[in-house]
Write a protein that binds this ligand. Structure first.
Ligand code: FMN
Length: 196
């Protein structure tokens, strides 16, 4: 058995009444059942990042703000990432975009996927995220999990507020594929980074 891939779960919504915790908590439970990965919660709320105000990205110079450096320190150890993606006006949240911009070298040549939600499962936001990730030299996985349409209405507090277990059958295959693909990429890229 190989060493489990170390993945970070980055929660992209920071608003007080966010729905994000419900899918995030459920995904962490699913990750606990697997032996090939670990998944740690990285909640943007905990980092209180300022809007980007550095001279440049840390590709070119170390960041000055201690909160920005704390964020970089937190994400650095991970082999790959899953973003919990709320769709705000067809894109990712401003908080998540800011957090992505506040690091660079920590993201390079690492894989990521997304657990999106919204009327269309957050698909439009996740597509934006994939493009942003490429610019950060990340590797977006084809596989992602999405909660959309009637499934979202069932579990969202604005709808039925049912437990995530009510829609688990619908999303579990996507979640399994996402985990497996991220493990493959994180093993492959970790080895390649170590060798280069
Ligand atoms: C500013 C804003 C913009 C939104 N835009 C979209 C959108 O483009 N597509 C969509 O499906 N849902 C949209 N929604 C609804 C969100 O999917 C829903 O509010 C969701 O709960 C947001 O995630 P959060 O609760 O974790 O912050 C929007 C919500 C907000 C607050």
């Amino acid at each position: 058995m190989s060493t489990p891939s170390r993945l970070g779960l980055i929660i992209g919504s920071t608003r007080p009444q966010r729905f994000a915790d419900k899918p995030a908590d459920w995904l962490l439970e699913q990750a606990d059942k697997r032996e090939d990965l670990t998944l740690d919660r990285l909640d943007l709320r905990d980092f209180e990042l300022p809007f980007f105000a550095e001279a440049t990205t840390n590709l070119h110079a170390p960041s000055a703000d201690p909160k920005v450096r704390a964020w970089q320190d937190a994400i650095r150890p991970y082999d790959g990432y899953i973003f919990v993606v709320a769709e705000y006006n067809h894109s990712i949240t401003a908080a998540l975009k800011n957090a992505l911009d506040q690091a660079y070298v920590e993201w390079v040549r690492k894989p990521f996927s997304a657990f999106g939600y919204g009327s269309t499962g957050g698909a439009r936001a996740v597509e934006h995220l994939r493009g942003i990730g490429v610019e950060l030299q990340m590797v977006p996985s084809k596989f992602g999990a999405h909660i959309g349409g009637s499934d979202l209405f069932r579990v969202h507090p604005f709808g039925g507020n049912a437990p995530m277990s009510d829609i688990a059958d619908a999303i579990q295959p996507s979640v399994d594929a996402m985990f497996s693909d991220l493990v493959w990429w994180s093993r492959t890229l970790s080895a390649a980074r170590a060798a280069s």
